[in-house]
Design a protein around this ligand. Structure first.
Ligand SMILES: Nc1nc2c(ncn2[C@@H]2O[C@H](COP(=O)(O)OP(=O)(O)OP(=O)(O)O)[C@@H](O)[C@H]2O)c(=O)[nH]1
Ligand SMILES: [Mg+2]
Length: 218
């Protein structure tokens, strides 16, 4: 008898969890580019407005646990969202709000995106982060870091500014999503001491809640 077959069939299935993270914000802020960059490691050659929702997945391993990170890249345009909206919000583990630092309207829309989450019964217990995208266009910025930070503070969210496009920010985009995953994982604490600081993007400023939630103490 082939003992390896017998052995593998008697082993418990490997531990794995799926984390569903929805990415929301106005059309054109870069949700597709950010999610693509995280999952494919590069800026897409070209994007079109998302219709309904696109899914992107990446399997990562933390402390020997395989985690499937499922990013729901939602449509920012109202006409492309309508039929799908109730599906986005089912069993959501975390929310990433995105605005474009060069587009003040996309920042001003954030309260309505937050309200939409509330209307779909997503409580404050669901981790959320705020991402200001297109930092490669800093000279055209219309939303100051100060203003964004105040907004993030008032909603108890960490703020990250980044660029899906800038080659220098590749690790940063990855680290932002990894930070969300680590935060989700830390809600059911495993061996936090095994995490290394390099796995995280440090928010521009940690909220009181984050000081406890992020395992990184640097
Ligand atoms: N300069 C710059 N352009 C970006 C960046 N991220 C996205 N873009 C550009 O912004 C435009 C919109 O990007 P998308 O990722 O399609 O935007 P979206 O938020 O998914 O838009 P919807 O699907 O309509 O909701 C595209 O032309 C991208 O090339 C960035 O970091 N820097
Ligand atoms: Mg899109």
């Amino acid at each position: 008898m082939d003992s390896s077959v017998e052995l593998s069939s008697s082993l418990p299935p490997p531990r794995s969890r799926i984390f569903k993270i929805i990415v929301i914000g106005d059309s054109g802020v870069g949700k597709t580019c950010l999610t693509y960059r995280f999952c494919a490691g590069k800026f897409p050659d070209k994007t079109e407005a998302t219709i309904g929702v696109d899914f992107r997945e990446k399997v990562i391993e933390i402390d020997g646990e395989k985690i499937k990170v499922q990013l729901w890249d939602t449509a920012g345009q109202e006409r492309f969202r309508k039929s799908m909206v109730q599906h986005y919000y089912r069993n959501v583990h975390a929310i990433v709000f995105v605005y474009d630092i060069t587009n003040a309207t996309s920042f001003q829309s954030l309260p309505s995106w937050i309200e939409e989450c509330r209307q779909h019964s997503l409580g404050q217990d669901v981790p959320r982060i705020l991402v200001g995208n297109k930092c490669d266009l800093r000279s055209a910025a219309r939303v100051s870091t100060d203003l964004a930070q105040k907004f993030a503070d008032s909603h108890s969210m960490p703020l990250f500014e980044t660029s899906a496009k800038s080659p220098g920010d590749n690790d940063h985009v990855e680290a932002i999503f990894m930070t969300v995953v680590h935060k989700l994982k830390s809600q059911k604490p495993l061996a936090l001491s095994q995490l290394s600081c390099g796995d995280f993007a440090v928010p521009l400023k940690k909220t009181t809640e984050e000081r406890g939630a992020y395992p990184c103490t640097c």
